[in-house]
Every structure is written in C-alpha cells, then in structure tokens.
Write a protein that binds this ligand. Structure first.
Ligand code: UFG
Length: 333
C-alpha cells in the first residue's frame, strides 16, 4: 500500500516525501508542477504529473495505485496573490480538495492529513494561539484553507473519511543534507529573501513596517523547521492509522522572533553583510503570530528537535548557498 502525496514536488511536500521514504513507506506523488519542481521529487517515489482538479486524472491514479492514505499539500499559498485573485484560491484549493475527496470516496480511501495555516485565525485574540481560538481569516488564502477544513468535516460525517488538519505557522529551513529546499518564484518569504540578500542576489531586505507594537517595532513570527513540521505529519498519519478521531493541530515552535532579530540571526549564521531598508507595513500582516503547539505535543507525541532559529537559518543557508538559482532554473526558462 502507498501514501499518496499531493503537491510532493513543492517545498513542504518534497520534505514529506523524503521523510516518508526514510521511514520505508511507498510513496506516490501527484503534482502539476505549477509551483513545484520535478528535481525536488525523490527518485524512489512514483510520480504522476497532473492537476488534482482533473477528476479523471485523479481517478486513474487511484485505480493504478493501492492508496492507503493521503497527505495533501497541493495548494496556492500566497496571501497577497489571494487578495488580488481570490477565485484562483477557491478554485485550486477548495475545488481541488472537493475533487480529491470525491475520488477518495469512490476508492474507499479513509485517511487524509492536510496543510492548513495560521492564516485561518486572522488577527489573533491573544498569543500563543491555541486551536480553540476563533477562526476569522483576513484574506482569501486563509479562507480557502478554512473552507478545506470544513469540506473535510462534512465529508467525514457523510462518508467516514478521517482527517487531521495541521495549521502551520512560519515554515522555514531545509533538509539537513541540503538536497532539497525552498524555491519559490516570486519569492515573498522573509528567510529566503534575507539569505538571497546575503548572497548578493538582492541589494537589500525591505523591512515591512517598523511601527508595530512590539519591542523593536517589527512583526513577530513563529518559525518552525520544515523537518520538525513533517515529523508531525508522520505522527498524524500514525494517529489516523491507530483509528483515532479527526482533529486539528497548530504547528509552530511556540516562540516569537521579530523581523530585525531574524536579520541579526542571519548575519551571525552567514557571516555576511545584509543591507536593510525600512519600508511601510505590508497590508494584512498581523503584528504577532505565535503558536501554542501543546495539543500536538500531548496528543500526537510530537517533539520538535530543531527549534533554535539559528539551526533553522543554518539549514536554510546550506540550501540557498549551495543552490543559488534554486532548482535548475535554466531548464524552466
Ligand atoms: N517581511 C519583511 N520583508 C520581506 C518579507 C517579509 O519584512 O521582504 C516580514 C513580513 O512583513 C512578516 C514576516 O517578515 O512580518 C514574515 O513574512 P513571510 O512572508 O515570510 O511570512 P508570513 O508571516 O506573511 O506568512 C506565513 C506563511 C503564509 C501564511 C501566513 C499566516 O508563509 O502561508 O504565515 O499568517 F498564510
């Protein structure tokens, strides 16, 4: 039997595939390669190129492969893009999940672990954010992920598909060996932008807002190492295999770092100069996001091992400095 990983060529999905294979699982990857990279797919995984919104394509994968469970990463995930083009997000993220669930029902696959996000909460009532806080997304990306959670909830009631929704905070870092890592185009995330500046691929980092109500005036985020994050997915899969009920977990390191602190950490880790410019706030950015991950620790037995931001930065640096143009960009042009 195989684990089907949707979006297994993306940043987070590719790390999941590597860890699943490390654990001796047989893995089937589906990815449309819109934002994913063929080079990121583990050579031992069986790969099908295609779009999850294409029900005939998905049906053919479920027919050919003996799928035991699904881990679903295939989604668009840029907040700003979602504000400009919300329908893209409802189409790919929500409709794509609807088609997937239909195929799962037809083929009697009853377990799914999937990526949700801290963006389902919107502006938090308080920090650290527990799973019990109100969800009130402030952008279509967060709304689409919340809708995905709701699709799961109602399909469980009707068809018995058990799910675990994992609400990620700021995922960063890379596999320790630097075989795979983060490569988005355009890049919008803070750590890759800082490290591309250290590599002189960018002239400077613009800090989006220095007038927040925080100690140094810049936004505070909870950075979680991608390898720790994936460990929680494997535990969530075991949790479902043991017959436990559907559930939702926040995944973060439970510690906050400001944009300025992240830039200082990067200077220490890389030993490079990182020029900075102060800019206005980016619309839609909450000032502080910090997860409470107590529930994941208690219920899943999750023990994140790479919680120091220096370690997260170091692993990201190993990847970026050894893949300065990401995955073979020249092939894509
Ligand atoms: N930032 C800068 N300059 C940059 C890029 C980012 O100052 O060039 C700041 C942002 O304003 C923010 C922090 O760095 O305060 C982190 O920004 P990222 O874009 O790296 O991450 P976000 O916190 O915006 O987004 C993350 C996930 C999203 C998710 C969101 C939930 O990447 O998928 O958290 O709020 F939706």
């Amino acid at each position: 039997m195989s684990v089907l990983v949707l979006g297994g060529a993306g940043y987070i999905g590719s790390h999941a595939v590597y860890q699943l294979i490390d654990q001796g699982e047989h893995v089937v990857v589906v990815d449309n390669l819109e934002t994913g990279h063929r080079e990121a797919i583990h050579h031992e995984a069986t790969f099908y190129e295609g779009d999850i919104r294409n029900v005939d394509f998905l049906r053919s994968v479920f027919k050919k492969e003996a799928i035991e469970s699904v881990i679903h990463f295939a989604a668009n995930s840029l907040v700003a893009e979602s504000m400009e083009n919300p329908l893209k997000y409802f189409d790919n993220n929500v409709y794509g999940t609807q088609v997937l669930l239909k195929a799962m029902v037809e083929h009697d696959v009853k377990k799914i672990v999937f990526s949700s996000t801290a963006a389902t909460f919107g502006e938090p009532e308080s920090v650290p954010i527990t799973e019990l806080q109100q969800t009130n997304p402030t952008n279509p990306y967060g709304e689409s992920k919340l809708m995905m959670e709701k699709l799961m909830k109602w399909t469980e009631k009707a068809y018995g598909i058990k799910y675990v929704a994992l609400r990620y905070f700021n995922v960063a870092g890379a596999r320790e060996t630097a075989e795979i890592g983060e490569d988005h185009f355009p890049e919008t995330h803070l750590i890759p932008i800082i490290l591309q500046t250290a590599l002189k691929k960018r002239a400077h980092v613009t800090i989006f807002g220095v007038d927040y109500d925080t100690d140094d005036g810049t936004c505070i985020r909870d950075y979680i190492h991608v390898e720790d994050l994936i460990q929680a997915h494997l535990l969530a899969l075991d949790y479902l295999r043991e017959g436990n009920p559907s559930n939702v977990f926040n995944l973060g390191s439970s510690q906050g770092f400001s944009v300025k602190q992240m830039i200082e950490t990067a200077k220490e880790v890389t030993g490079r100069d990182i020029p900075v410019k102060m800019g206005p706030r980016r619309s839609g950015d909450p000032s502080i996001l910090i997860a409470s991950s107590e529930k994941a620790k208690k219920v899943l037995g999750w023990t994140p091992k790479r919680t120091s931001v220096s370690k997260i930065m170091l692993d990201a640096w190993k990847w970026h400095s050894s893949h300065q143009d990401g995955y073979k960009k020249e092939v894509k042009k």
